[in-house]
Design a protein around this ligand. Structure first.
Ligand SMILES: [Zn+2]
Length: 313
């Protein structure tokens, strides 16, 4: 029997049907609605629209999830924490529903079916609007005592450094989150530096500098975008080195929207930036780009409702 996985992002909701072999059999993508009530309706309709009725549904949410409830979701507009999303959807669809952190879903997807296969100690850095992370430790997805692990975006790499969206300073996300990177380009442009980032954004008809806009600017050698990306890679490398030293990992997977086109470039840069700071050596093939794209979140979310006896050995 197939399972369903949903990945709720700040911009899109993706729902897919996942087979026994962990392959995505069908998928649908829609804009993220602006209220939690509308989101519940939308996910229910998208699941009902799948070509086969799934046995259960897992949902990845960009926030802190503990015991099936959303504790914090700062990147989702209009999110009302009092809504029991899983319970409401379970009643509506007549199937088990579980909520999980979205970056953790992405990493678990890559672990069971993508770039993380075969590793028992795995760390995933998910680069999008912000910076998320997931972990598999000793062959088990790990989310901490209260669902708050994986806040890699707020690991401090520059004391008194750039202001982060969280209000603190010097966090990885202040350098490597796409929203903050775009702000850095805007600030440099305001000092008279020439950049094509915003022209590319306009030409692509985007409301913001998406990962695709960034990839295009880097591909054409935009010096300001390149400089800001180099700063991001340096911050990520330092952060990854700290995590590597702490956890004694086998592999790091770089995923999320920004890894879609820039993944191999980012992976290579992060290894080089991490290398001077690691105690146990880190090989070039131990930091890899995600390979499943949007499907990582779908597959990983479906794992949350798969029989736990079926985790990879
Ligand atoms: Zn922060």
């Amino acid at each position: 029997m197939a399972l369903a996985g949903a990945d709720v992002g700040g911009t899109n909701v993706v729902v897919g049907l996942v087979g026994e072999d962990r392959r995505v059999l069908a998928r649908a993508k829609q804009d993220t609605p602006r209220s939690v009530g509308a989101l519940v309706d939308q996910v229910a309709a998208m699941v009902a629209g799948l070509p086969e009725r799934p046995e259960a549904l897992g949902i990845g949410i960009p926030g802190i999830i503990h015991e099936g409830r959303v504790v914090q979701a700062p990147n989702l507009e209009g999110w009302d924490r009092s809504t029991d999303v899983a319970g409401t959807l379970a009643d509506r669809l007549g199937m088990p529903v579980a909520l999980v952190n979205d970056a953790q879903c992405g990493l678990v997807g890559e672990w069971v079916a993508g770039a993380g296969q075969g590793a028992r100690f795995l760390f995933g850095v998910w680069l999008g609007t912000g910076v998320g992370a997931g972990m598999v430790l000793d062959g088990r997805p790990y989310d901490g005592a209260g669902g708050g692990s994986g806040e890699f975006g707020h690991v401090v790499v520059r004391p008194d450094g750039a202001r982060c969206g969280c209000g603190r300073r010097g966090c990885v996300e202040a350098y490597a989150g796409r929203r903050m990177m775009t702000e850095s380009v805007r600030a440099l442009a305001a000092t008279g530096r020439r950049t094509r980032l915003f022209e590319i954004q306009e030409a692509k008809g985007k409301a913001q500098a998406t990962s695709g806009v960034w990839a295009a600017a880097v591909a054409e050698g935009d010096p300001v975008a390149g400089e800001v990306l180099a700063e991001a890679v340096a911050a990520l490398g330092l952060g990854v080195a700290n995590v590597w030293n702490l956890l004694d990992l086998e592999r790091v997977v770089i995923g999320g929207g920004m890894a879609g086109k820039l993944g191999p470039y980012l992976a290579e840069g992060i290894v080089a930036a991490a290398r001077p700071h690691v105690v146990r050596p880190i090989a070039a093939d131990q930091v890899v780009a995600a390979v499943l794209g949007d499907d990582a979140g779908i597959v990983g979310a479906s794992e949350a409702v798969r029989d736990p006896g079926r985790l990879p050995a």
